[in-house]
Design a binder for this molecule. Structure first.
Ligand code: FCB
Length: 473
């Protein structure tokens, strides 16, 4: 299969004026192990929390599981070749803890060998390997010992990091410790929408702290084994606005959601302490009880960069109103907050409003608060109901429009002085979209899950041209 650049459809491109990125800007695409690899029992891999969760009736749409995913474990060489044809400069992937230390136990040479080969083939193709240590696939055995609510898991994570970084540290271009600790903690342990499916707010707060602690411990491992390699962490950050800036109730709702979503992670990582207002808000859920002496210093280990995953913004209110929805259980201690849905805003198939300006705002805020910290957009993308035409083409003009508007938004931030150094589209391939199963397709490349045939969508061709030109005219 090859990428045919002649079939590019530009209909979806609303951005007509030129948009140029700085020299050396990193152009990439991202995936995560559980979402693309499949081969869940191959070569000694054991269950992660997501394998166990997906087996529970009703947990995942359609009863979908990590099989077959995109069978990337067996087809990685073809996928790397597709990346090369698209001209990607970097591939952001995650490593599966249950392949590398099955059941959280001893290192598994076969599991490590897979990532060895993946990294080598990326390097041979001239693509930077961007490795994430944790994208939500905790070994199920460790969950049975309490999971991230148990402080010991942070130390198990450091052990696993040591196995990975001592093996691949000579070749990986950039290390990321965690992907989106908010999701892992709050969706996993508070709302239970994600694995392990627990609905215990205090466990979620403990999990958030232990994930951050695990990050800090892993940073130390990376510094020891790969001192020259840039290292950071990836957060899902949101632009949070009060529905009515003159309403004290709405402003208070925005403070709480911004706190729980953004500042609970950014502040301990970059300022060395949890924000005081959140310490007070989360006191009933035991935040102070899980923090021990020295944790703050461990968590605030200096970062070389911060990864921003951006999908949408939030408008919030303190009172129900037309078009509002109460916050879910993942908003620990903020269930009286209302999320305002804008009925007129375009949405993706996930129901998320398309709000590119929020990306500019999020990047500008980080730059204002931490001017010397290099930033990357480590995820941004959209699911749309892609239609495979009779001629086999997927003319996903809606995705091209999404992509171009968000690239423009990222560029606006750069023009305003933000040190944004790269952009990774989510996702390279259609894949297992967590609780939504295979129903939501985010890929630049379409995957037929029956045949595993890959077809680059028109968005892939469009992105490829943007990469080649470092922007567009
Ligand atoms: C992010 C996740 C990623 C993917 C996208 C759509 O929250 O990091 O794995 O599911 O959402």
């Amino acid at each position: 299969m090859s990428v045919d650049h002649d079939r590019v459809d530009h209909d979806g491109v609303r951005e007509q004026t030129a948009c140029r990125f700085p020299p050396g800007f990193v152009w990439g695409a991202a995936t995560a192990a559980f979402q693309v690899e499949g081969a869940t029992t191959a070569d000694g891999r054991t269950d992660s929390v997501w394998d166990a969760f997906a087996r529970q009736p009703g947990a995942v749409v359609g009863g979908d599981t990590g099989e077959p995913a995109a069978d990337h474990y067996r087809r990685f060489a073809d996928d790397v070749d597709l990346m090369r044809q698209l001209g990607l400069g970097a591939y952001r992937f995650s490593l599966a803890w249950p392949r590398i230390r099955p059941d959280g136990g001893a290192p598994n040479p076969a599991g490590l060998a897979f990532y060895d080969q993946l990294v080598d083939s990326l390097l041979e193709a001239g693509i930077q390997p961007w490795a994430t240590l944790y994208h939500w696939d905790l070994p199920q055995t460790l969950e049975l010992d309490g999971g991230w609510a148990n402080r010991a898991t942070a130390f198990k994570f450091a052990e696993y990091a040591e196995t990975v970084v001592s093996r691949l540290g000579d070749r990986v271009a950039t290390w990321s410790t965690l992907n989106e600790p908010w999701c892992a903690a709050m969706l996993g342990y508070a709302s239970g929408v994600h694995a392990p499916g627990r609905t215990e707010p205090a466990a979620a707060v403990a999990a958030a702290h232990h994930l951050l602690l695990g990050h800090g411990l892993a940073m130390d491992v990376i510094r020891r084994h790969a001192p020259e390699t840039p290292a950071g962490v990836t957060l899902n950050l949101y632009d949070v606005e009060p529905a009515d800036p003159d309403s004290p109730g709405d402003v208070e709702a925005a403070r709480r959601i911004d706190g729980l979503q953004n500042r609970l992670y950014v502040d301990p990582l970059l300022r060395g302490a949890y924000p005081e207002d959140l310490v007070a808000d989360l006191a009933p859920f035991g935040l102070s009880d899980v923090v021990r002496d020295g944790d703050a210093e461990t968590i605030a280990a200096p970062l070389d960069w911060l990864g921003v995953n951006y999908y949408r913004g939030y408008r919030v209110s303190g009172a129900p109103q037309l078009g509002s929805e109460p916050a879910g259980a993942e908003w620990v201690g903020a269930r009286d907050v209302q999320f305002i849905r804008d009925a007129t805003a375009p949405r993706t198939e996930s129901g998320w409003e398309v709000q590119p300006a929020g990306l500019t705002e999020t990047l500008l805020r980080l730059h204002r608060d931490y001017p010397r910290l290099p930033l990357y957009v480590t995820e941004n993308g959209a699911a749309y109901p892609d239609v495979v035409r009779d001629d086999g083409a997927i003319a996903d003009t809606d995705r091209i429009a999404f992509l171009s508007s968000h690239l423009r938004a990222a560029n606006d931030a750069i023009q305003a002085g933000v040190d944004l150094r790269g952009y990774f589209y989510w996702s390279l391939l259609d894949n297992f979209e967590w609780a939504e199963g295979y129903a939501k397709r985010f890929g630049l490349i379409h995957v037929d899950y029956r045949t595993q045939r890959r077809t680059p969508k028109h968005s892939a061709h469009w992105y490829s041209q943007v990469i080649a030109a470092n922007g567009w005219d």
